[in-house]
Design a protein around this ligand. Structure first.
Ligand code: ZN
Length: 255
């Protein structure tokens, strides 16, 4: 049984986890005799590690990277490598295991990284429970903020999960300054986003970032700025929230 979602469900069931799974990550590790440590590792360019030495096992989470929600995802990602029995990719000083950087986790270029992420998403935001919380709610920042708080995950992980599970067409674009750093697309919007490196000019998102002032609500926008083609008879709406301190922003496009 190496399907990541099936394995994560199995872990939640067999360990008797109810409530918010993020609060039980340490208990899950304890039950497998995996030592765990959250620490600030300033010199090291990695988010999380799973280490084996003899019959000893440990998970390290680098708290220098991101917020508490992100640390929970990193912990769950390392548990994913463990429960999915991935063969170690890291060897040093008699230790073997995994040394996962932000790029490994976010870009998912290696299949085992994508699998560990799928495990982490299901473990922290179980589909059945999460979908119930989405029912009837508009796909907006209220939903992302509410569910990321409830499940104790980052807005990034939460918005990815919402887009995986929604039936609606929706695209979320994350930026730093004017540059696009990542995007997520729901199944119903697949293949429609134009190839963009920076935010298109003359969009509300671009203005919001230049003015460091986000939107309270969705505004209608020109589909051609964002999408490779018009969706006939459908109006496209966008809404941007800006984090002035870090210069990052998130834009939701939906129709
Ligand atoms: Zn990894």
């Amino acid at each position: 049984m190496n399907n990541p979602e099936t394995k994560a469900k199995w872990v939640l069931e067999t360990k008797g986890i109810s409530g918010v799974p993020a609060e039980s990550l340490k208990a899950i590790a304890d039950s497998e005799r995996i030592k765990h440590r959250y620490n600030d590792y300033p010199e090291d360019a990695w988010d999380g590690m799973l280490l084996y030495k003899g019959d000893r096992k440990a998970i390290l989470v680098n708290i220098r990277r991101g917020n508490t929600g992100k640390h929970h995802f990193t912990f769950a990602h390392e548990l994913g490598h463990y429960f999915l029995n991935h063969p170690p990719s890291y060897m040093k000083n008699g230790q073997s295991g995994f040394r996962c950087t932000s790029e490994d986790i976010e870009k998912e270029q290696k299949p085992r990284e994508a699998e560990a992420n799928r495990f982490a998403a299901e473990l922290l935001m179980p589909q059945d429970q999460f979908q119930l919380n989405m029912v009837g709610a508009p796909l907006d920042f209220g939903l992302i903020n509410g569910l990321s708080n409830r499940y104790m995950v980052s807005k990034h992980a939460c918005s990815n999960r919402i887009l995986q599970l929604t039936h609606s067409p929706c695209i979320i674009i994350r930026t730093k300054g004017n540059q696009i750093t990542s995007w997520s697309v729901s199944r119903a919007a697949k293949g429609l986003l134009r190839k963009l490196d920076a935010l298109p000019k003359d969009t509300a998102a671009h203005k919001a970032i230049v003015n460091k002032w986000g939107h309270y609500d969705f505004v209608e926008c020109a589909a051609g700025k964002w999408l490779i083609r018009d969706v006939p008879g459908i109006k496209i709406y966008e809404c941007t929230h800006v984090h002035a301190g870090s210069g990052t922003a998130m834009t939701i496009l939906k129709w």
